[in-house]
Design a protein. Structure first.
Length: 337
């Protein structure tokens, strides 16, 4: 998910790059951060299961965005002076688009690439055919990231094929510090002569086994969910304060760092239903089988990350226009928590 603001609003990419350029650690460059979703629907819609929308952006990028930038800004319009990289879904796009268009990009990277990343048996042969044209191929991920499998498999495929690349294994999950660090390190290698910058050594540890849990650490966008049993407490307030006559029902705003979630509750006797919208996660979550007992509520739903599903349980206590909530990440649906 995400949009055109997340690299700066959450990851401070503008400050990272400005500082590197000011310190002469990075070559001055123009950085374009588009919304990589080639669809007109709002970013909150859940399209995690339909990666075609992300693949469609390749045409927009090559046929519309790049020509626009190159005709409106003073940039060098050749592959040796073009780089492409991204995080999560953008990481998959960066690697897919870059490798599929090596005639357009000499510098290619992906950070914490999501499952839209093409399989090694598709990407590795393409890299093998044009490996001498790639000035840099960067693959980075956190060692606690639930989505590490795709990046790891591509790395292993490249090692087996004897293809030079940077594999940077960070410490952490699917989270801002990992992306910041990858950007900080990769940017220092861009547009420089081969061998002039030594690739950074990995600092994480990974044995190739699937990572259990969401692997989403805390950051400006929220508190994260690092694994089964992880919990967090929140305070919610009514969207329209001053009238608590509706009891639990109504719309509640949940502050989480710089992020604000919206919880809308509907009550039918002892049954509770509603929706939860988190701008940092794709799609509005609907639940129908929640419970209400006096001023106490509980509800749960199943969330998918990569090839794993997890049950997320919320409990809360309402007092006037305020509600104290606790969120807990359980195990796979049907498994003991």
């Amino acid at each position: 998910g995400g949009n055109e603001t997340h690299w700066t609003a959450l990851c401070a990419a503008d400050r990272v790059l400005d500082n590197l350029i000011a310190e002469k650690k990075a070559v001055p460059m123009i950085v374009v951060m588009p919304n990589g979703r080639a669809t007109a629907d709002p970013p909150s819609r859940n399209i995690m299961s339909d990666f075609n929308y992300y693949a469609f952006f390749e045409k927009d990028l090559l046929q519309d965005l790049m020509p626009y930038i190159e005709s409106h800004y003073s940039v060098r319009a050749d592959r040796d002076h073009r780089a492409i990289a991204g995080l999560s879904m953008g990481g998959g796009q960066g690697l897919n688009f870059g490798i599929n268009n090596i005639d357009k990009f000499a510098w290619v990277g992906g950070f914490s690439s999501a499952p839209n990343l093409q399989q090694p048996d598709v990407l590795v042969p393409k890299i093998q055919q044009a490996k001498d044209k790639l000035s840099l191929l960067w693959i980075g991920c956190g060692d606690k990231d639930n989505l590490i499998t795709g990046s790891w498999n591509l790395h292993q495929g490249l090692v087996k094929a004897g293809i030079d690349h940077v594999w940077y294994l960070d410490t952490g999950g699917h989270e801002v510090p990992v992306w910041n660090n990858n950007l900080y390190l990769m940017a220092q290698m861009l547009f420089k002569p081969a061998g002039s910058v030594t690739p950074p050594p990995s600092i994480g540890k990974y044995n190739g086994e699937p990572v259990s849990g969401f692997g989403m650490g805390p950051g400006p966008g929220g508190r994260g969910m690092m694994g089964p049993g992880a919990s967090a407490e929140f305070t919610a307030r009514r969207e329209k304060s001053g009238d608590s006559s509706d009891g639990v029902a109504g719309k509640w705003l949940i502050k989480d760092g710089e992020n604000e979630m919206t919880l809308e509750l509907k009550v039918d006797g002892s049954k509770l239903a509603g929706t939860l919208v988190n701008p940092q996660m794709p799609g509005a979550i609907e639940f129908k089988d929640g419970k209400i007992e006096g001023n106490k509520i509980s509800f749960d739903y199943v969330r998918r990350m990569g090839d794993q599903e997890f049950k997320i349980v919320w409990t809360g206590t309402v007092s006037g226009n305020e509600m104290k909530l606790q969120r807990e990440l359980g195990g796979r649906p049907g498994a003991a928590r």
